[in-house]
Write a protein that binds this ligand. Structure first.
Ligand SMILES: Cc1cc2nc3c(=O)[nH]c(=O)nc-3n(C[C@H](O)[C@H](O)[C@H](O)COP(=O)(O)O)c2cc1C
Length: 311
């Protein structure tokens, strides 16, 4: 029998677990060792919805997460740069290092036909420089056709589980508290701009840097085309795998596969706050003949200006 269990049995120590969730900016777990008395901490209110949707599987209307504390706002003083690419890289690096985020480079890409019918899907950012953000795809796909007839598009990176844990120990004469504080961050970056194809040379270089199975996959899939069943894909994959994996020749990049660069005109950096007064800082290019309103808008570098939006 451990010392712990002997002391517990004799009532010298009590353990209490309190859990505050979504009530405040922080999530607290308090373990009180020894003594009695009532420690602070609220229990969770029973969920009640004032929304009258007929169907609400799993309590969607009540899903609500606490984000950062209000004393951790994201303000213009927190910008690491006065131009958006460096600011983006700073957030991106943090997201890439966060355990819960497997693909920080995953982004949604919204396109639209020339008649304005929109469409959105996920793609992976495969490069960024100070002129644009790169991804690769099939030029026969719906997204590529839409970008060809209408290059205007929008990207969204959403990094939800940016959690930071702090551990604190408090001791006083009668009690020892261990407190874990878990602060939830939620950030997104929205980019709007226009897409253009990258050169054949650049696409080919990236294509050949991919694992062979991915190169074969790109040859197999005529992305977004209708087929009669999975077998069509499997047969094509088998045939091309036999052809290319048996000998050591490089796999030629199909003409219909390559990259796009999205050239941004606007970046929005958004950081969630628990009280829903979220922080939004936008970088945009000045409109021709536009004069800066110095009360709201600040001059950045490389032709960018930045300003705060209401949430
Ligand atoms: C996380 C994730 C990343 C993806 N990355 C790419 C990508 O880089 N390129 C691509 O063509 N499709 C990618 N896809 C598949 C697309 O979302 C989409 O299904 C496909 O490109 C066809 O889209 P379209 O018919 O609108 O052109 C990805 C899907 C997911 C879920």
């Amino acid at each position: 029998m451990t010392a712990w269990s002997i002391l517990s049995r004799r009532g010298l120590f009590k353990i209490r677990v309190q859990y505050i969730h979504n009530k405040a900016h922080l999530q607290l777990r308090t373990y009180s060792l020894a003594g009695s008395g009532s420690e602070s901490g609220a229990s969770q209110d029973p969920p009640h919805s004032c929304i009258s949707h007929d169907i609400d599987p799993g309590g969607i209307a009540e899903m609500r997460k606490a984000y950062k504390g209000t004393n951790e706002i994201f303000d213009v003083g927190d910008l690491v740069s006065k131009e958006p690419f460096k600011q983006f890289l700073s957030w991106f690096e943090e997201a890439s290092k966060t355990d819960g985020i497997r693909e920080a480079n995953a982004m949604s890409l919204a396109t639209s036909t020339k008649d304005g019918i929109p469409s959105v899907r996920m793609v992976l950012m495969k490069g960024i420089d100070d002129t644009g953000i790169y991804f690769y795809t099939n030029y026969l796909s719906q997204k590529a056709k839409e970008l060809t007839e209408n290059p205007n598009c929008s990207l969204m990176f959403y990094w939800e589980p940016l959690n930071r844990s702090l551990e604190k120990h408090f001791f006083n004469f009668r009690k020892l508290y261990l407190i874990w504080i878990c602060i939830h961050f939620s950030q997104h970056v929205r980019v709007s701009g226009a897409a253009e194809r990258v050169s054949e040379e650049e696409s080919s270089k990236y294509f050949h840097s991919r694992p062979k199975a991915s190169q074969i996959g790109a040859c197999v899939s005529l992305q977004s085309q209708v087929i009669s069943g999975r077998k069509v894909l499997d047969d094509r994959n088998e045939a091309l795998t036999k052809k290319y994996l048996s000998d050591d020749v490089p796999i030629p990049k199909p003409d219909y596969w390559g990259g796009f660069k999205v050239i941004p005109l606007r970046f929005e950096f958004w950081q969630g706050q628990t009280n829903r007064l979220h922080d939004r800082i936008v970088f945009r290019k000045l409109q021709p003949n536009e004069e800066i309103n110095s009360e709201t808008t600040q001059e950045g570098s490389n032709g960018w200006v930045y300003e705060r939006l209401m949430p």
